[in-house]
Design a protein around this ligand. Structure first.
Ligand code: NAP
Length: 330
């Protein structure tokens, strides 16, 4: 079968190689799937660069999440069956950018019927992360104002839809005009193009000076710093990621003076420590998907052969909507 492999770490378009490799066998607690579609996530960029929190042994195949059909079930797996269409996490070092891969059964769930293969492939991490960030970490309430950075991106666009579903007024921040349209189509009430406008002015204007109750930040750096200037009294800044490349060093005296909270979010830890909570979130998210409220926007559907180029575009911040790679396209 064909699979992309990283044999040394570096920029995705330099280090990824498409190779022929044997089809995997299931081990204890895993299932083998035929990949229908795999998502391209920022985590895959970091994996290629050797900068992700998990460093699989070389060579490895990136592609942390996917949609596939179960073709073999390992020992110890009781709740999955051959032929089932599923979504969830790949069991690295075997990722989803391949024709077949292995998934940890504990993080495999039925794919929502209302989503096609590419939509289902990009659904799991983004919406799970949004659910835990907004509901568990930020306890978002109807009527809150939610500020979402990278609102046309993977986790950001999911947070826009889930924030709106929770009854919040959503302000999205994006990097260019094309992304303004995407963030608006995802449901943001107001969209700030950070290349042209200052988000602090817009948030203060929209909220009559009160600020945003919840900030969802997958970018870090300057985006985080600007958020602290427009977070509301008793607001919550959810630290989701550092796609901008700079990890902020927050001034805790500022958090004290303005009475706001800085809350970390590592969704993968929920997946490891509280599978029941992840399963409950999956049923809520499946309901929202089937009601048409939660639906990822797939900007590009790529054949397997174009995965490395797609990953590189994501690394450079040049993608709009989600990228999915489908081996069936060639
Ligand atoms: N905490 C968790 O559990 C969790 C879970 C999933 C993902 N994450 C993290 O969330 C972040 C976003 O992941 P994603 O897959 O959803 O990616 P993404 O949002 O699709 O892509 C990153 C976006 O960040 C913005 N950005 C701002 N400055 C950038 C820069 N210097 N370089 C590249 N992008 C820049 C760009 O949007 P604009 O141009 O519109 O600003 C870009 O589209 C990553 O850091 C990822 O590791 C965390």
């Amino acid at each position: 079968m064909r699979a992309w492999q990283v044999r040394e770490t570096g920029e995705p378009n330099r280090v990824l190689q498409l190779v022929d490799t044997p089809q995997p066998e299931p081990s204890w607690g895993t299932v083998v799937v035929r990949v229908r579609a795999a998502a391209v996530n920022f985590a895959d960029v970091l994996l290629c660069q050797g900068r992700y929190q998990v460093r699989p042994p070389l060579p490895f195949t990136p592609g942390v999440e996917l949609c596939g059909d179960v073709v073999a079930v390992g020992e110890g797996v009781t709740d999955r069956r051959v032929g089932e269409r599923v979504i969830g996490l790949a069991a690295l070092p075997r990722g989803g950018l391949a024709e077949y891969t292995v998934m940890e059964a504990a993080t495999v769930f039925p794919a929502p019927d209302s989503l096609d293969d590419e939509e289902a492939a990009v659904f799991f991490i983004g919406y799970q992360t949004g659910w835990f960030g907004l509901h568990h970490r930020a306890t978002i309430q109807p009527g809150d104002v939610l500020l979402v950075h990278a609102a046309a991106g993977g986790v950001g666009s999911a947070a826009v839809q889930l924030g709106r579903a929770a009854g919040a007024t959503v302000i999205g921040v994006v990097g260019n005009e094309r992304k303004v349209e995407v963030a608006r189509a995802m449901g943001a009430h107001v969209v700030v193009n950070r290349a042209r406008e200052d988000l602090v002015d817009v948030v203060k204007d929209v909220t009559g000076g009160h600020g945003a109750n919840v900030v969802y930040d997958p970018v870090g750096g300057d985006s985080y710093q600007r958020s602290t200037k427009c977070v509301a009294f008793e607001g919550r800044i959810v630290v989701v990621g550092f796609a901008g490349g700079t990890i902020p060093q927050p001034a805790l005296n500022h958090a004290l003076l303005k009475n706001y909270s800085i809350v970390g979010l590592h969704w993968g830890l929920y997946a490891r420590r509280d599978r029941e909570a992840v399963a409950q979130a999956h049923s809520q998210l499946t309901r929202l998907a089937n009601e048409g409220i939660a639906r990822p926007r797939v900007g590009e559907r790529l054949p397997l052969s174009e995965a490395a180029a797609g990953l590189q575009r994501l690394a450079e911040g040049n993608t709009v909507g989600r990228l999915a790679v489908s081996p069936g396209l060639g």
